[in-house]
Design a protein around this ligand. Sequence first.
Ligand code: CS2
Ligand code: MG
Length: 405
Amino acid sequence: MSNRIRSADVLVTSPGRNFVTLKVTTEDGVVGWGDATVNGRELAVAAYLRDHVAPLLVGRDADRIEDCWQFLYRGAYWRRGPITMAAIGAVDLALWDIRGKVLDQPVHNLLGGAVRDGILSYTHASGWTLEELKDSVDEVLSRGFRAVRAQSGVPGLDTVYGIHRGQKSYEPAGRGSSPVEEMWDARAYLRHAPRVLSALREHVGEEIELLHDAHHRLRPIEAAQLGKDLEPVRLFWLEDVTTGENQEALRLVRQHTTTPLALGEVFNTIWDCKDLITSQSIDFIRTSVMHAGGISHARRINDLAALWQVQVAPHGPSDISPITMAASLHLDLVTPNLGIHEHMGYPDVTSEVFRTTYSLADGMLHPGEAPGLGVEVDEEAAARFPYSQAYLPVARRRDGTLTDW
Ligand code: CS2
Ligand code: MG
């Protein structure tokens, strides 16, 4: 029996949207799958894996997951960053998948076993108008969800990220060789969002959890104003209310509002999270397992957060593949300080390539009991969906200045 790595191959496929997948095969023929999708920058991480990581993996012991992580992180000299950490994350997920398959155990059993029966999840509702938003929320609730992220249009703007007029769901990236440019008006949004969310609270009653995402677009004092104005709505959280780069900004927001704050979907190491967690400037840390270097690193973030009573709430949009979704659910199941998990869902066609065993019932997710991560990739199907360029939109203010994102 040999758990040495025989090969590491990268697949870029586009069933409904682009995904970067890593396939690691041992000399015994056990296959582990990893995800390395960085939305809009897929080919950079594919090249990093193919040219700089795959050759280093061949011949290594697949059982030495932590050593492999340290080798790729410390050994690179150039630490951190979304491309590096997504690549390391993909390797880490693939090795945990192999470990589970070799030991015939779901990954959550290798991590200490479940501390809960299921994982509370939320999904998205959106509507350009309040009436459309209410319909969208009602539809989400009819599917059994008890927590919903609500986004609406803004008077005076033609488009708003996350809301596709006349469509129930949105795809974060648009196909094409350059990003769509949208207009953004923070003042108009600040006037409108509290009215819409208050009306929505009236509509759903007190028990449904409402969440809202500001996508990093506000300046700190605007963020503080929004948090304060939304206090009567009693949101479950207000997400990405300003950027997470200058973290002092979050302290300012925090000083002005008791609305719970969530942040961190673009973070990729514990170093990005550390100050916000230890200063208790946020309530929920949103890093995705793959973008934060895989299970081996994300669990350290989760444990740091636990010390400071910050809850873990992993990012789960359609632009990280079902492999990350599954890995995240295994880690969630063993994480005492889990808050909630995002479940945005995928285009139907995605399931032709990614065969999953995790489940969703009445708004509760579970990773399932299949050995490893529980996701298999159909490579023949993947070949039918070649990569096609796609980018997140960008937004400009009325005077043409590019906004934060
Ligand atoms: C969003 C994402 O799910 C979320 O909370 O912020 O849709 C995000 O915009 C995309 O993942 C960007 O790639
Ligand atoms: Mg978000």
